[in-house]
Write a protein that binds this ligand. Structure first.
Ligand SMILES: Nc1ncnc2c1ncn2[C@@H]1O[C@H](COP(=O)(O)OP(=O)(O)OP(=O)(O)O)[C@@H](O)[C@H]1O
Ligand SMILES: [Mg+2]
Length: 318
């Protein structure tokens, strides 16, 4: 049975990485932007490249796509070197550029069909429009689309050739929350088909939601790479346990447990810890010992990707 983009079935993952980058260097004139970038993207994963403006995300992605010649280092994309095997790669890649222009008079369906004609085994038009939820807009001129709809059209074009590997450079920048969720759903559909996806974004909630692994690029290097949880642990951001401060703690007649970092701010007590299970046990024992009753509104908050990212780019983890 043929798999469709709209009705995903899992694909067998290949064993070799989809992308291998070793010691990648790139200079624009005298300015070195990438000074030895290393990472791998596994087949079938969503890999998210994060980093501040100007960190070199688009540069990296364009080198992987074969649009830019690197200054040094080794790169393999689906086993090929994009620097000199770009034509062999082309059919297997789907690309959404950070910015791109379209013939504005063309209609949505026409444009997708023009794109499909470039590929030997394109996905069906109806399916592409359905994945990006533009079926109702197929006769609409491109110039009449909203920014979010245009971005989803970019997405349909990237998928036209049924690529194995999809590059999405800031696919949801400028989207309203609903369009962003539609785009996320499309990315999740692709992933469930076994496609490999490389995504750049400045939206850390987007990365947290979609990415199997993230890499943070800064100062020309990958500062950290791993799953969101691994990155949060590597960044050393503490878990926060909060509860309503019992009266005796607020009044100072009972001291907080000595071995824990507990601060009281108004009605709320906050404990910051690297080991939530141990801290919780100690807090509950302390509350029982001092007859403080149950700790009301007890909540455990693990660090978000945003916490970890900010700490890493601000130098806290290095
Ligand atoms: N064609 C070019 N010629 C000269 N410098 C360039 C060129 N393209 C990018 N740069 C510079 O390289 C650096 C990295 O740019 P790049 O676009 O790769 O960053 P980015 O991480 O994608 O940033 P953003 O988050 O803003 O998209 C920037 O300082 C940029 O000014
Ligand atoms: Mg960019």
């Amino acid at each position: 049975m043929t798999q469709t983009l709209a009705d995903p079935v899992p694909l067998q993952a290949e064993h070799r990485p989809a992308i291998e980058v070793r010691g990648l260097r790139m200079s624009y004139g005298a300015r070195q932007v990438l000074c030895g970038v290393d990472f791998e993207v596994r087949t079938g994963e969503v890999f998210c490249l994060l980093g501040p403006n100007g960190a070199g995300k688009t540069t990296t992605v364009e080198i992987l796509e074969g649009f830019r010649q690197r200054t040094g280092g080794s790169v393999r994309v689906l086993g090929l070197d994009p620097a000199d095997q770009r034509s062999r790669l082309r059919e297997r890649l789907g690309i959404v550029l950070q910015e791109c222009g379209f013939p504005r008079q063309a209609r949505v369906g026409e444009l997708v069909n023009i794109w499909r004609a470039y590929y030997p085994a394109p996905r069906p038009l109806e399916e592409l429009l359905s994945v990006v939820e533009l079926t109702a807009d197929r006769d609409c001129q491109v110039r009449r689309l909203s920014g979010g709809q245009r971005r989803r059209l970019d997405f349909a074009l990237a998928l036209a050739g049924d690529p194995d590997l999809v590059f999405l450079d800031e696919p949801t920048t400028g989207f309203d929350p609903e369009s962003r969720r539609r785009c996320w759903a499309a990315i999740e559909k692709l992933r469930s088909l076994g496609k490999t996806i490389v995504l750049t974004t400045h939206y850390l909630d987007e990365a947290e939601r979609l990415a199997d692994r993230v890499a943070i690029l800064q100062d020309g290097r990958v500062q950290t790479v791993g799953s969101v949880r691994q990155v949060a642990r590597q960044a050393g951001v503490p878990t926060t346990i909060s509860f309503t401060a019992p009266g005796p703690l607020r009044r100072g007649s009972v001291a907080p447990p000595g071995r824990l970092d507990v601060t009281v701010c108004g009605e709320v007590a906050v404990c910051r810890t690297a080991n939530a299970a141990v801290a919780l046990r100690e807090l509950l024992a302390w509350a029982a010992e001092h007859d403080l009753g149950e700790l009301d509104d007890l909540a455990v908050e693990t660090p978000t990707l945003e916490d970890a990212y900010l700490r890493i780019v601000n130098g806290g983890a290095r």
